[in-house]
Design a protein around this ligand. Structure first.
Ligand code: GLN
Length: 290
């Protein structure tokens, strides 16, 4: 949209913002977008718009909000518009090179943290496919006993993960490597954690444009008709480098849970447990090495 209107009152803009998006998003989400944008760009508290309906938006303010509005109309996720996403109580830099951290993944992090809350000196942790680094960084910040190495095939994703680690002062060894080409690891590992690509390309038709058109396909999709492709590689690495009683934690695709459990049972793992996410879907799997 070219902004021809150079003067607008705040309450007028708010009405314009809502009506422009009402066919795209639920009302509650539109209000949340408006608050997030005005907080991010201008540090306005939520009450500002209510208390100042007659506020005359400056040209630059109008421009910045109109641009964001256009992007939202095109289903660009707000996290990419403002380059910011929240995960486990922290803010992470994100762009289209990395997945937007999901609340389901916070539950995976919580699971690891609850399990490793004992008196041992340290644990070697390996994350496969770190993306923005949100899992590795959250684990490092919440549990100082974790010595973490985190892998990603994408150099640009790793740049973002490093930027986030620096921002949060988390000590993590980031390694640029394709997880599917790793067969052995240089040291014995206590914990492997991964949220690998797990969407089978046939599922594209069920995906929303905000995901399909903006999030990195490298981080989302498995090869065609091979939904367990990444899991098989991760399980085989876990098989060789996990210590006895070491744990593997993975985010999973609920659609392929049965196949995955059947597959992992073929290896030397015990205590295989699947948990649901907040939406009631089978979303996480833990397996303990025998
Ligand atoms: N949870 C993501 C989605 O809903 C998929 C993440 C992944 O493939 N690891 O699309």
């Amino acid at each position: 949209m070219i902004v021809l209107i150079l003067h607008m009152l705040l309450n007028e803009f708010k009405i314009f913002f809502t009506s422009s998006l009402i066919d795209h998003y639920p009302k509650s989400e539109i209000i949340a977008f408006y608050r997030r944008l005005t907080d991010y760009y201008f540090h306005w508290p939520p009450t500002f718009s209510v208390l100042n309906p007659q506020y005359q938006l400056r040209k630059d303010e109008l421009l910045i909000l109109s641009q964001a509005l256009d992007e939202l109309k095109n289903f660009r996720p707000i996290q990419y518009i403002i380059n910011e996403s929240n995960f486990f109580g922290r803010t992470f830099y994100v762009n289209e090179q990395v997945l937007i951290p999901r609340p389901e993944t916070e539950e995976l992090v919580k699971w690891v943290l609850i399990d490793y809350n004992d008196s041992k000196d340290y644990y070697n942790v390996l994350e496969l496919g770190t993306g923005s680094g949100c899992i590795a960084i959250s684990l490092a910040k919440e549990q100082s006993k974790f010595r973490i190495e985190a892998l990603d095939v994408s150099e640009s994703a790793l740049q973002i993960a490093k930027k986030n680690a620096l921002h949060h002062q988390a000590e993590i060894d980031f390694i640029q490597q394709d997880m599917t080409s790793v067969e052995v690891w240089s040291k014995a590992i206590d914990v492997i954690v991964s949220n690998p690509p797990y969407v089978e390309p046939n599922e594209k038709k069920e995906m929303l444009p905000n995901v399909l058109e903006y999030e990195p396909h490298l981080a989302l999709f498995t090869p065609k008709l091979e939904p367990l492709y990444f899991y098989k590689k991760i399980i085989s690495l876990a098989q060789t480098c996990l210590n006895p009683d070491g744990c593997l934690y993975m985010e999973i695709n609920p659609k392929f849970k049965e196949d995955l459990v059947t597959y992992i049972k073929r290896g030397t793992f015990k205590d295989i447990e699947v948990r649901n996410d907040i939406f009631g879907k089978n979303r996480m799997l833990k397996a303990v090495k025998s």
